[in-house]
Design a protein around this ligand. Structure first.
Ligand SMILES: Nc1nc2c(ncn2[C@@H]2O[C@H](COP(=O)(O)OP(=O)(O)O)[C@@H](O)[C@H]2O)c(=O)[nH]1
Ligand SMILES: [Mg+2]
Ligand SMILES: [Zn+2]
Length: 291
């Protein structure tokens, strides 16, 4: 038996990276019985059946598991959020930050297309998220701005790129891993069929310990946490929550809520607080619809 990392899933086969080799495996036996699935990102035990072929026998324990995109053992998510086309959507960003927090995947925020925004706007937005406790940087992939900083954050980890279509994920991926073809949304002049999208899930190797996936998903998810727990995923609330009148304050319309007051006074970013209220409401509606 050998061990390796699943880096690609293609119609019933799994490509397993093992010590520099890629071994095409089937998953047989135990899986049908136990209902276990193999995800890209899984570490597996497999039995070689040829020089480049094998059968997966066991999936090793997962550290993390994302559902959309379906990838196991992701350590890090780079959230691409463009200043223009599409316009900056802080609610969507805050929702992905919540999803990452619930999945225990560390986020880095990449504000993309910074070359198309004013320097003041770029600084204000980056500062807003840094003050909230996040790692945030401006990226202009074509000018190589921010690319080396993001590359340094990837080292030794498995990273997924998240963010809405058109935000610049594939462009950033290509800048991070030159020579590894990632599809971009550039409209083909000849055919004019519109955008190509990256649909399949695949880990791309930057080095043996550093992997990256440019996979759609993430933003379409429901709020994956109980409404009363959404507040725990807003790290900047913690400094204020102790001063709320009620110990289990939800920071909504309660009397003497220190978090709401901090948002009114601008000590907590009003956009973050507005996102919190909206995410709470979304979670609440999901709960009510479940009965
Ligand atoms: N000006 C500018 N355009 C960018 C930048 N990054 C991506 N784009 C453009 O934005 C469009 C969408 O990029 P793409 O990487 O396909 O986005 P994805 O859908 O998130 O993968 C393409 O036309 C890119 O050329 C950037 O940093 N600056
Ligand atoms: Mg893309
Ligand atoms: Zn409160």
């Amino acid at each position: 038996m050998r061990e390796g990392r699943v880096i690609r899933a293609i119609s019933g086969f799994f490509d397993v990276f093992d010590d520099g080799n890629v071994v095409r495996c089937r998953a047989r036996g135990v899986f049908k019985v136990k209902g276990t699935t193999v995800l890209v990102g899984d570490f597996v035990r497999y039995e070689p059946t040829g020089t480049q072929e094998g059968v997966i026998r066991e999936v090793l324990e997962r550290r993390t598991e994302l559902i959309r995109p379906p990838i196991a053992n992701v350590d890090h998510v780079v959230i691409a959020c463009s200043f223009v086309t599409p316009d900056l959507n802080l609610y969507m960003l805050d929702k992905i930050l919540l999803l990452a927090s619930v999945a225990r995947v560390e986020p880095t925020i990449a504000f993309t297309k910074a070359d198309l925004a004013s320097p003041e706007n770029v600084r204000a937005i980056c500062d807003l998220y840094r003050r909230a406790g996040y790692t945030a940087m401006a990226v202009a992939a074509k000018q190589a701005l921010g690319v080396a900083e993001i590359r340094a954050r990837l080292q030794g980890r498995v990273t997924v790129l998240a963010g809405p279509s058109g935000a610049g994920k594939s462009t950033l991926a290509s800048a991070l891993a030159p020579g590894m073809a990632f599809k971009t949304g550039e409209v083909s002049g000849k055919i004019g069929r519109g955008r190509q999208t990256t649909r399949h899930v695949e880990l791309v190797r930057l080095d043996d310990d550093t992997w990256m996936a440019d996979a759609p998903g993430f933003s379409q998810l429901q709020v994956p946490v109980a409404s009363r727990d959404v507040k725990h995923h807003f790290p900047e609330f913690r400094a204020w929550a102790d001063a709320c009148a009620y110990r289990d304050c939800l920071h909504l319309d309660e009397e003497a809520c220190a978090v709401r007051r901090a948002a009114e006074e601008g000590r907590v970013a009003p956009s973050r607080y507005a996102s919190y209220r909206q995410l709470y409401q979304e979670a609440r509606e999901q709960e009510l619809n479940a009965y």
